[in-house]
Write a protein that binds this ligand. Structure first.
Ligand SMILES: Nc1ncnc2c1ncn2[C@@H]1O[C@H](COP(=O)(O)OP(=O)(O)O)[C@@H](O)[C@H]1O
Ligand SMILES: [Mg+2]
Length: 238
């Protein structure tokens, strides 16, 4: 048998709100070390998917395997401890807490006594040290995104889930955030799964791309297709 290097393996996933299924028998895989994008129009279920992977929404059918372990019935903090980091849509930093307190929340999600690495976070995002005592709510969108990524990095995740990291952020800062996320992948070996609508960010970052519609993965794009701006425009506009 060939070695199975899938870090994330989702099969037959069905989940939603109350009696309504948003995700319908959804299937995809992400290999260790990959940078993979999920694209699709508003309302197709991208955020619901990431929230379900994180255990914030209960699934009704299917299996989520992470690092060869069935995590489908684990709680959110257990998934975080196993090595799934999550940066929600809109970032969700705690605005009235300081930058330092926000980072501590990332630490609290982890196993007590497990080594946490603030130095590495500060090396990536020096502003988080320089402004440690500032309230997070006073940060710009781009700075809050750095904080949200830093908060997830504290636990040294193997897989980072990002939900529309470019949303509400100025174009020049989007470039910087793309660079930082790629650096997480290249220097720290983190596997990246990100939801995105920003064409430049998708083309710059993704090695592979899943297209989502009506709660399912309906297509997969390889790197040559990802470099085709016209094709990507058409798909994003569908
Ligand atoms: N908390 C909720 N309760 C009920 N329905 C929801 C909730 N959040 C999202 N939905 C519905 O689920 C569908 C998918 O939403 P979402 O996952 O946010 O899509 P996307 O992230 O792709 O824009 C939409 O029809 C949306 O209205
Ligand atoms: Mg969304």
């Amino acid at each position: 048998m060939t070695e199975n290097k899938n870090l994330l393996d989702v099969s037959g996933l069905t989940a939603g709100y109350g009696a309504t299924s948003v995700l319908k028998d959804l299937n995809f895989k992400v290999a260790q070390g990959e940078v993979v994008a999920i694209i699709g129009r508003n309302g197709v279920g991208k955020t619901t998917l990431l929230r379900t992977l994180m255990g914030l929404i209960r699934h009704s059918q299917g299996i989520v395997r992470f690092d060869h372990q069935d995590v489908s019935n684990l709680k959110t903090y257990q998934r975080a401890r196993l090595g799934i980091g999550y940066i929600p849509q809109g970032r969700e930093v705690f605005p009235r807490m300081t930058v330092w307190e926000n980072l501590k929340v990332g630490e609290m999600l982890q196993q007590p006594g497990k080594g946490v690495d603030y130095e590495r976070v500060y090396e990536f995002f020096p502003i988080l040290r320089e402004r440690a005592r500032q309230r997070a709510g006073t940060f710009s969108g781009g700075q809050q995104q750095q904080l949200a990524i830093g908060r997830a990095m504290v636990g040294k995740p193997k897989l980072m889930l990002l939900d529309e990291p470019s949303e509400g952020i100025q174009p020049n800062i989007v470039k910087e955030i793309s660079r930082n996320i790629l650096k997480l992948n290249r220097e720290l070996g983190m596997t990246i799964l990100f939801v995105e609508q920003n064409l430049d960010m998708i083309m710059k970052m993704a090695q592979r791309c899943y297209v989502m519609d009506k709660g399912q993965i309906i297509d997969e794009l390889e790197v040559t297709q990802l470099r085709d701006r016209e094709l990507m425009r058409r798909i994003l506009a569908v």
